[in-house]
Design a protein around this ligand. Sequence first.
Ligand code: ADE
Ligand code: ZN
Length: 328
Amino acid sequence: TERLEYLRKLPKAELHLHIEGTLEPELIFQLAQRNGVALPYPSIQALRDAYQFTDLQSFLDLYYAGAAVLITEADFYDMTMAYLARIAQEGVVHTEIMFDPQTHTERGVPIATVFAGIARALREGREIWGMTSCMIMSFLRHLSEQAAFDTLEQALPLREQYRDLWLGIGLDSGEQGNPPEKFERVYARCRELGFYLVAHAGEEGPAAYVSSALDRLKVMRIDHGVRSEEDPLLLQTLAARKIPLTVCPLSNLKLKVVDDMREHNLKRLLDQGLCVTINSDDPAYFGGYLLDNYMAVAEALDLSDRELAILAENSMQARFPVFLTQTS
Ligand code: ADE
Ligand code: ZN
């Protein structure tokens, strides 16, 4: 359609994307076979049919199970290349991808393997398609702060090798009961080390978690943040400080953060002056990549071309500062 072609041409950045969430059922089966990993599903279709989520945790259970097929450097490379090939067709000129090393090191996969496969793909992607990219190493918040410190310690020897790519630190997994302040000290350390900081907050958790991510973790962006709307004072702060929210519409729908896309607060947040961006989160699980997310809200919220252009421009402005000096 005309709308789709208009959106494709807008230069866009993807700022909230879990690379493990790009594993399509076809690739899960292929890697399972390659690595001799048994899957509890008889077919690709049976696995896809299981993608019926009731909340964040019901999704995370499947997402971590799916990630168990990732064993070798080639697996991480193949997964990342498949994602880059896809977004190259969608007019995505920049991507900041999150990855969860603890999901892999807990299974005995060396952290160096995880970094190597993803990084090789990102470097090749730059050559082939010209998109810029970087990596956000994310801590699993259902695990302890000590586990996050251990992960940081394991990763730091790799930093020099990936100076150009590993720029950020994130926080994801089950939000409720795992508030940002649980990770205050490890974030302080990452800040000292010069990483850019982001965190999931206000997806399923309350607006207070968004405030805590800002005040105690000192993040520069909020992943999701849709529940910020419950605190008008917080909304004012987010607008005044131009803190970007990386909103993921199809994710919110599939995980029942909203019951109907027409009820999504993305347009209200935009109208209140927030730097709202559109992202895909875990596209293989939520039924769409970046353009699908733009199309879904454009339709459901009746967004104008101008509003869509602002959302795309917001994504370019909300890139990590090192990228902002480049032409956009
Ligand atoms: N890990 C992958 N996707 C996530 C999400 N939407 N929220 C929290 N953790 C995640
Ligand atoms: Zn996410």
